[in-house]
Design a binder for this molecule. Structure first.
Ligand SMILES: NC(=O)c1ccc[n+]([C@@H]2O[C@H](COP(=O)([O-])OP(=O)(O)OC[C@H]3O[C@@H](n4cnc5c(N)ncnc54)[C@H](O)[C@@H]3O)[C@@H](O)[C@H]2O)c1
Length: 284
């Protein structure tokens, strides 16, 4: 029997913030941790701001805001003794593996571990765990407090009895779970990779500028153009995912990262989170 009441969220960047918010709003108690304590404080402020915006639109109440914020506790790593840990740290295999090894040291055998990875194989992250059966992928989308889809990913060694309870857990967050097998980029990132990379090729070839591409794709029915979306995701995260998928598909040219992505990351133009990416977001 899996009983989830306390959740640890590790990583308080773009994704960790949204994940902490939806879990806390659904009534779970959150231990919120990041190596950088300032990011946790900033994350909680952003959650309060998201809820204020929802209240202004009539989509949330003051009570929900208060209970959500009450449910989120700033945590030290040693506080992450919980029923479920959702990890949302940088997209680096060795960092994720190290975190889960440490989490295994402080948690009971019953604690479930999930990664929000976009592109790393679930089976690989779990390979050094003592209990790999407790591990799976829960892939939320950006912004996690608004996007409904969550990919639920079982690795080679994930206990099959874990899948249904975790699907139900996702439903308890009022999200739409979709079960996916462990394959590079899962479903959405594999399909969407070409949205980004082909648009970057148009830019490399000088065929169109970013404003034109974004405007056209929005008029074709996409909610955000590719460059707006890359700025929302974070150009560092997007480049890392492109690299992982390129390697995972034996360097097939269709998934080759663009030099423009490298250039953006090199300049620190990571998108909305740094105030500049393909567009400028700095407050004047
Ligand atoms: N950005 C997206 O659109 C998106 C969407 C879905 C999934 N993801 C995935 O979610 C994960 C996080 O992405 P993000 O966009 O939130 O990144 P981010 O760069 O906004 O945040 C990452 C956070 O991890 C923290 N961190 C780094 N090392 C750590 C450690 N050892 N212990 C604790 N915290 C640590 C950093 O301080 C930072 O706050 C990645 O695996 C990414 O692939 C991202």
């Amino acid at each position: 029997m899996i009983s989830i009441k306390k959740i640890g969220v590790v990583g308080a960047g773009s994704m960790g913030q949204g994940i902490a918010q939806v879990c806390a709003s659904a009534g779970y108690t959150i231990s919120f941790y990041d190596v950088n304590a300032e990011i946790v404080e900033k994350g909680i402020q952003n959650i309060a701001r998201n809820l204020d915006q929802a209240i202004a639109k009539g989509k949330a109440t003051e009570e929900l805001k208060n209970s959500t914020l009450r449910n989120i506790k700033v945590a030290s790593f040693e506080d992450l003794k919980v029923d479920l840990v959702i990890e949302a740290v940088v997209e680096k295999l060795e960092i994720k593996k190290k975190i889960f090894a440490e989490l295994e040291r402080i948690n009971s055998d019953k604690t479930v571990f999930a990664s929000n990875t976009s592109s790393l194989p679930i089976s690989k992250i779990a390979e050094t765990l003592k209990i790999p059966g407790r591990f799976l992928g829960l892939h939320f989308f950006n912004p996690a407090h608004l996007m409904k889809l969550v990919e639920v990913i079982a690795g080679d060694n994930t206990d099959q009895n874990l899948v249904q309870p975790m699907v139900e857990f996702v439903l308890s967050l009022k999200k739409n779970p979709v079960f996916v097998k462990d394959s590079p980029g899962f479903i959405v990132n594999r399909v969407a990779r070409l949205y980004y990379l082909e648009s970057l090729k148009l830019l490399e070839e000088g065929a169109a500028d970013i404003v034109a591409v974004d405007k056209l794709m929005r008029s074709a029915g996409f909610k955000l153009g590719p460059f707006e979306l890359m700025d929302l995701i974070g150009n560092d995260v997007n480049l890392e995912v492109s690299k992982q998928m390129y390697e995972a598909f034996d360097r097939t040219p269709r998934f080759k990262p663009s030099p423009i992505q490298e250039e953006k990351v090199g300049k620190g133009e990571l998108g909305k989170k740094t105030g500049k990416g393909y567009y400028n977001y700095e407050k004047k």
